[in-house]
Design a protein around this ligand. Structure first.
Ligand SMILES: *[C@@H]1O[C@H](CO)[C@@H](O)[C@H](O)[C@H]1NC(C)=O
Ligand SMILES: *[C@@H]1O[C@H](CO)[C@@H](O)[C@H](O)[C@H]1NC(C)=O
Ligand SMILES: *[C@@H]1O[C@H](CO)[C@@H](O)[C@H](O)[C@H]1NC(C)=O
Ligand SMILES: *[C@@H]1O[C@H](CO)[C@@H](O)[C@H](O)[C@H]1NC(C)=O
Length: 504
């Protein structure tokens, strides 16, 4: 036997038999941050079928104008959150005219054109489609954030062909709102524009001008919705954090204008990047974006403390996500870590790009079957309450942990993400809990981290015969044994008897 073979056998033996003991330190006296009750959010987008990146067209019929709203899996998947936040918006929203108001007769589809913003022409939202979409949302209890076209009325600058100048013209949005109110459709929030802040992506708007525009939106919303108890929130600017732009914007809005400061996260690089699969498993890489979350939270607290910081859109990898990564088990290392991290940084809402569409859908674009991150989101939504607790340990950086007061019932729930190839035996410091623990272990099918199928406590999660979301049942484990965390797994643990005064 050569030395190399011997080395590998020893390594194998070592990895199989070793489990590292880890002590978790949860501080249950006070909470360190608070999320909204409906923290989990997913997006729907406007992309048509012929939106393609890297010789691939991953949107299919998942864009809002094409989506099959009668699909049973879709409504069951949405209903399971009871309620789910959905943000409807994206790159093309600033090119959409709504078929409301007397002057809009033709309602053309958007088409691919050279020189168009993001390669597409202007398009139109037909009135009957808005009816269908709202019927679906209202029937399935969706809390909707609707992204309005912020470029109407503005002219493109001849200097840079990118800046849009002049005031936002709200007439078309007012027509949409009046119709929406007359039909009794509920809107949770209106958002103004998409990715127009900072340098902008396809287009940009100056921060002082944007402050003026969103102040106008606020006064329109207050006028059209006189009842404050049902009045939609106003959120923006729905783009990438840029310190100077955000500071000037927030400096120029009065208190009470903005309820949520929305920003976007694509920290993993391009969907086609070969490094994507490594980045989602690299704790040092994943932590880098933490500073942005902190900066946004600090800026919001400084300028507009009654508003909350929201991640309004986060797909991880841009240009529709990564073909073999973003819909698979391994993407959960990034996604659930983001949920934990942003909650800790006092963010109120986190919208995952997408509910369906692109390579990063929580649901498969064509079959609508839930991907692993769907179940991660659902468990987070059911178990992790709005109060966030401090948790720490001294072990590997590949072991990430987050703790919240439980959403329903007493005690706390801990989220454990194990990106390492080793087993960890976890125990919690000062845990006097004598009750059985409820554990939810998520692992990939066949140990393949690029699988679209996730196991819960060893059993594949599959739709029931009636196309319902399966029950997500925990295993009960004695409080006297440690929490055994498998290599490359994600675990939620509910400890009902954990003494956390913050959670009472
Ligand atoms: C980890 O826990 C398991 C199950 O209780 C136990 O068999 C094993 O000996 C523990 N390993 C270490 C290193 O504590
Ligand atoms: C802006 O676009 C026009 C027409 O397409 C072109 O002639 C001009 O050179 C562009 N200017 C800049 C600064 O890119
Ligand atoms: C935009 O262009 C229109 C038509 O050319 C013009 O009437 C209007 O004054 C322009 N607005 C601004 C802000 O430049
Ligand atoms: C959808 O499922 C098909 C068939 O299993 C798979 O090839 C594709 O990658 C999946 N796409 C997404 C976005 O989930």
């Amino acid at each position: 036997m050569d030395v190399k073979a011997l080395f590998y056998i020893l390594l194998l033996l070592f990895t199989i038999s070793s489990a590292e003991d880890v002590l978790l330190n949860v501080k249950g006296v006070t909470n360190i941050a608070t999320t909204d009750n409906n923290f989990i959010c997913a997006t729907l987008d406007w992309w048509p079928e012929n939106k393609c990146d890297y010789n691939q067209c991953p949107w299919g019929k998942a864009g809002i104008l094409n989506l099959d709203l009668g699909n049973r899996i879709l409504s069951n998947a949405v209903k399971a959150f009871n309620p789910l936040r959905i943000r409807l918006g994206g790159s093309l929203q600033d090119q959409i005219i709504y078929q409301f108001g007397s002057h809009i007769k033709r309602c053309p589809n958007m088409i691919k054109i050279a020189g168009g913003l993001f390669g597409f022409s202007k398009g139109c939202l037909p009135q009957n489609r808005w009816d269908q979409v709202n019927d679906f949302f209202n029937k399935n209890g969706v809390k909707l954030t609707f992204g309005l076209n912020a470029l109407i009325g503005k002219n493109i600058s001849k200097v840079d062909n990118k800046s849009f100048l002049g005031d936002w013209r709200p007439a078309n949005a007012i027509s949409l709102m009046k119709y929406t109110i007359s039909k009794g459709y509920k809107i949770d929030s209106y958002e103004l524009g998409n990715e127009l802040c900072g340098e902008g992506i396809g287009a940009r708007v100056d921060s002082v001008q944007y402050a003026k525009d969103i102040t106008k939106l606020r006064s329109i919303v207050n006028r059209l919705y006189p009842d404050v108890t049902t009045r939609p929130k106003v959120v923006g600017p729905a783009g990438f954090y840029d310190r100077e732009w955000f500071d000037t914007f927030l400096h120029n809005v009065r208190p009470g204008v903005v309820d949520g400061v929305t920003h976007h996260i694509y920290n993993l690089g391009a969907g086609v990047d070969k490094e994507l699969i490594n980045r989602v498993q690299d704790p040092y890489f994943l932590s880098q974006i933490g500073q942005t979350f902190k900066d946004v939270a600090v800026t919001v607290r400084q300028y507009t403390p009654r508003a909350g910081a929201w991640v309004g859109e986060a797909g991880g990898a841009y240009n529709s996500g990564g073909k073999d990564v973003s819909h698979t088990f391994v993407n959960g290392f990034w996604y659930l870590d983001q949920l934990g991290m942003t909650a800790t940084m006092n963010h109120k809402v986190y919208c995952r790009q997408t509910l369906i569409g692109g390579n990063y859908g929580l649901l498969n674009t064509t079959s609508f079957i839930p991907n692993p991150d769907y179940y991660g989101a659902l468990l987070f939504n059911r178990l992790m309450g709005p109060k966030v607790l401090s948790i720490s340990h001294e072990a590997s950086h590949y072991l990430r942990t987050y703790a919240h007061c439980s959403k329903n019932g007493p005690g706390i729930t801990v989220l454990i993400i194990n990106m390492a190839k080793t087993i960890f035996n976890l125990s919690i410091m000062n845990d006097m809990n004598k009750q059985m623990r409820e554990e939810y272990h998520l692992t990939p099918k066949d140990g393949n981290i690029q699988s679209d199928v996730v196991l819960l406590n060893g059993t594949p999660l599959m739709l029931t015969r009636s196309l319902d979301i399966p029950l997500l049942k925990p295993v009960l484990v004695s409080s006297s044994s440690p929490i055994k965390v498998d290599p490359q797994s994600i675990v939620f643990v509910q400890l009902k008897g954990f003494n956390a005064p913050a959670c009472v």
